[in-house]
Design a binder for this molecule. Structure first.
Ligand code: HEM
Length: 456
């Protein structure tokens, strides 16, 4: 149901960023492009949890208030759609779940959903444990590890095996490189005001196209291999491949399969690796929290690998991961667009306005989080969670477009975190500097994270 603009009730004035001269407006936009995290945080402090960016090129509202998020993503969701930013992603992800809308999205989501139900999760458990064990075996000989890279490779291996029931034939490092090249190019393009045509033979465009061609080939090879393989598989690719649309009787085209597959691949890999890396980075700085975590893991798992039952008992482990994603939400902004003139909690929302849902600042909103910069996993104990606004914390989004892989990701991260801490003691190298957050498609630790490891 859409919220009509009431003639009688006066609408509230939305704060507007002050610059009036063209020069200042341009400066604001450029600042936003060069260092979005710093500027969004500064403007949040100065102008609050809703403001108009006062760009004369477009209307952009920046929002970080749980009531407004609830209205946009849940109560009045039909007045909003995916923003124009997603059009840039469309170039690499096609019309997959993250981008598609309307009836088509609903149908695709219905098809994909069962692959993330409890029963499928049970099938994925063993794969996740085996992949983590392989990473542990690989890390065993080393002393100093490029931890963020290891987490990237681990989550890549897990997403590939669980969703496509296969290992990658191609060199994993090359795939990793292709995904990183694609992500960097797309996130820069999404932020730039002037979008140069993709046919221009510029080095960055050529590099991006080469990376896309490579990852497409990997996915199409997996699809082809599966079409020629008669054995029954319980993975997502099979579900997508063999489900027939009730209305048209058609199955998914190879192109649509590719779009869904690459979407799951991209959406599910870097986000999880990033969250795991930040979790270790935070734990290194908070040895007292690491100690509590270590005690829980030792007492619940008793030296064994986790199973479905013990995973549920790892309650502090869950809280640590949740708190880590509060401080460093991998999806640090979520973008939407106003589809038709409407009102939101008393504010007029102009048609076609772009919305930046500033998750990073929402997770630091002092009305909902005390001392938000502190790492305090106890914020996520059941009682505290119950008392807090439901939409003050949205690392996986909210409403009908909420992340389809949230349970998958939580299980994967709990397994990786607990098994790594069972096997190693980690510490920061002596020359370690504070890790800075780099806001690309995900909020990455700039330059990655290196850790010393010592086998137990
Ligand atoms: C820590 C890990 C993850 C984080 C933080 C995360 C975050 C998010 C967020 C915020 C959204 C909503 C985007 C929006 O509303 O515009 C989303 C959607 C999505 N995520 Fe995740 N995600 C994670 C892991 C995964 C995994 C493991 C998968 C799959 C294996 C996955 C697949 C997807 C898909 C397909 C969508 C689109 C859903 C739809 O619109 O129907 N994500 N994710």
């Amino acid at each position: 149901m859409s919220t009509k603009i009431s003639e009688e009730k006066p609408l509230k004035e939305m704060p507007v960023l002050p610059p009036t001269s063209w020069w200042l407006i341009l400066k604001n936009l450029l600042s936003m492009l060069s260092n979005p995290l710093n500027f969004l945080s500064e403007w949040f402090e100065e102008y609050g949890d809703i403001y108009d960016m006062n760009s004369r090129f477009f209307t952009i509202y920046v929002i970080s208030n749980p009531d407004y998020i609830q209205e946009i993503m849940v109560s009045n969701k039909t007045d909003y759609g995916k923003s124009d930013h997603y059009k840039v992603l469309k170039h690499s992800l096609g019309n997959g779940l993250l981008i598609s809308e309307g009836e088509f999205w609903k149908k695709q989501r219905r098809i994909a959903q069962p692959a993330f139900h409890q029963q499928s999760m049970k099938n994925f458990l063993e794969t996740m444990i085996n992949s983590t064990q392989n990473t542990i075996n690989k890390m065993k000989g080393g002393e100093l590890v490029h931890f963020s890279e290891e987490m990237n490779l681990l989550t890549l291996d897990i997403v590939t095996k669980c969703l496509f029931g296969t290992t990658l034939n191609a060199d994993v490092n090359k795939i990793q490189e292709a995904i990183t090249t694609g992500n960097k190019f797309i996130s820069k393009r999404a932020r730039s005001i002037l979008k140069l045509p993709m046919w221009l033979p510029l080095p960055a465009i050529i590099r991006y196209k080469r990376a896309r061609k490579f990852s497409d080939k990997v996915i199409f090879d997996i699809i082809d291999k599966r079409r020629n393989d008669n054995s029954e598989q319980q993975d997502l690719l099979s579900m997508l491949m063999y489900t027939v649309d009730e209305e048209t009787g058609e199955s998914m085209s190879a192109q649509q399969l590719r779009d869904e597959a690459i979407t799951l691949f991209v959406a599910g890999q870097e986000t999880t690796a990033t969250a795991l890396t930040w979790t270790f980075s935070l734990l290194m700085k908070h040895p007292e929290k690491l100690k509590i975590l270590q005690e829980e893991i030792d007492s619940v798992l008793q030296g064994k690998a986790p199973d479905f039952k013990t995973l549920k008992e790892l309650k502090y482990t869950q809280m640590v991961l949740e708190e880590s994603m509060r401080i460093y939400p991998p999806a640090w902004v979520i973008a939407r667009k106003v589809l038709k003139e409407t009102q939101m909690c008393g504010y007029r929302m102009k048609k076609d306005a772009q919305l930046i849902l500033n998750v990073y600042s929402l997770h630091r909103h002092t009305d909902h989080w005390e001392n938000p910069e502190d790492f305090e996993p106890q914020r996520f104990n059941p009682q505290a969670k119950k008392e807090r606004h439901k939409h003050a914390y949205i690392p996986f989004g909210a409403g009908q477009r909420m992340c389809i892989g949230n349970n998958f990701a939580m299980m994967e991260m709990k397994i990786a975190l607990s098994m790594l801490l069972q096997n190693f003691e980690f510490s920061l190298p002596e020359d370690a500097v504070d890790v800075e957050a780099e806001p690309l498609v995900t909020l990455r630790p700039k330059g990655g994270l290196r850790l010393n490891i010592c086998g137990k």
